[in-house]
Design a protein around this ligand. Structure first.
Ligand SMILES: [Zn+2]
Length: 329
């Protein structure tokens, strides 16, 4: 039997609802912060660190938007008999209000005090929960829904897990956020949670970023037994196509430009000729191949007239590509 301090009735409801502290009813994030200013009827307002939603311990429960105080409800939970006259006498409310309270508490009239508290903190709507879009339907005969390790995972974390599966060689958090359609900050939280479970791992690596190599954290699946087990329950959904920037020189070719020319500001529509001259005339074979197949035909024609492109290999390559496009058109 737990002795409860009577001056902290709200604390009792909070503990009944969330054993390990507040969980946002909107996005299931943990670690909400209490707001300082006093609120109506002595209920603490929490603010979610994830989605910024504000909520109280009563949000979404049968006590949703109650005008009574936490002490009133604790008194109701401890009453001998939950009949309207007794309720009205015990907490000093009108007959109408006492009948409403009796109706709300109806399923727990015969319950113990803690059963009544649990009823107060139970969901207001008894409707069927929305089907989980990440749940396999139907499950293979070898898997049982109640064994699913995905049950306690948020939809965001499932989307990130799915994005990781689509990138077996790893991806940065920013890329995963884009693939999964989840905000960057939520992606970081989801990755931390997946890492905690031993399903995802992070590694520092160097990637080409324009003119320089940058250190980046690349995330990938851990391929542990637990991870494989979880994936077998996760529906495979197409990830979002990454944003295409067709008017720009791909980052991996930036280092072919003089660093003074800042390739990051070049667009094919405005600086096509400069890009053609640099990439087709340069020594980087893959950059040349990219330029030949991606730059517009008028740019290639104009490039062909520049000094250095009248004869030789580059002239031949340009002529071939221009002829190939003319034949395809
Ligand atoms: Zn939230």
């Amino acid at each position: 039997m737990v002795v409860v301090e009577l001056d902290q009735p709200e604390e009792l409801l909070v503990k009944t609802r969330w054993r390990d502290g507040p969980v946002c009813p909107s996005c299931d994030s943990e670690g909400a912060e209490a707001r300082d200013e006093p609120t109506r009827a002595e209920w603490t307002t929490w603010r979610c660190r994830g989605c910024r939603a504000r909520f109280r311990v009563t949000t979404g429960t049968v006590l949703h938007s109650t005008k009574l105080t936490p002490s009133d409800w604790i008194a109701v939970a401890g009453m001998e008999e939950l009949a309207p006259p007794q309720i009205a006498a015990a907490i000093g409310v009108s007959r109408v209000t006492s009948r409403k309270i009796a109706a709300v508490m109806e399923p727990a009239h015969d319950g113990s005090r803690s059963e009544r508290l649990r009823h107060m903190m139970s969901p207001r709507h008894r409707r069927q929960p929305a089907p989980d879009p990440w749940q396999l339907d139907p499950l293979p005969a070898t898997l049982r829904a109640e064994d699913s390790p995905l049950g306690s995972l948020s939809d965001g974390a499932k989307a990130i897990l799915n994005a990781l599966r689509a990138r077996p060689f790893g991806a940065t958090a920013a890329k995963l956020a884009e693939l999964a359609g989840v905000s960057y900050s939520q992606t970081l939280r989801c990755l931390a949670r997946l890492e905690q479970r031993g399903w995802a791992k992070a590694a520092k690596t160097s990637i080409h970023y324009g003119y320089e190599l940058r250190r980046a954290t690349v995330w990938s699946l851990s391929w542990s037994d637990g991870c494989m087990h979880a994936l077998s329950y996760l529906r495979d959904r197409p990830t979002r196509p990454l944003e295409q920037i067709p008017d720009r020189v791909p980052r991996r070719f930036w280092r072919n430009f003089w660093s003074g020319a800042s390739a990051d500001t070049l667009t094919i529509s405005q600086h096509g000729l400069h890009i053609a001259e640099t990439l087709i005339g340069g020594h980087d074979v893959s950059a040349r191949a990219w330029a030949l197949s991606n730059l517009p035909t008028p740019v290639l024609r104009e490039c062909r007239t520049l000094r250095g492109f009248e004869t030789g290999l580059n002239a031949e390559l340009l002529d071939l590509e221009i002829a190939r496009r003319a034949a395809a058109a």
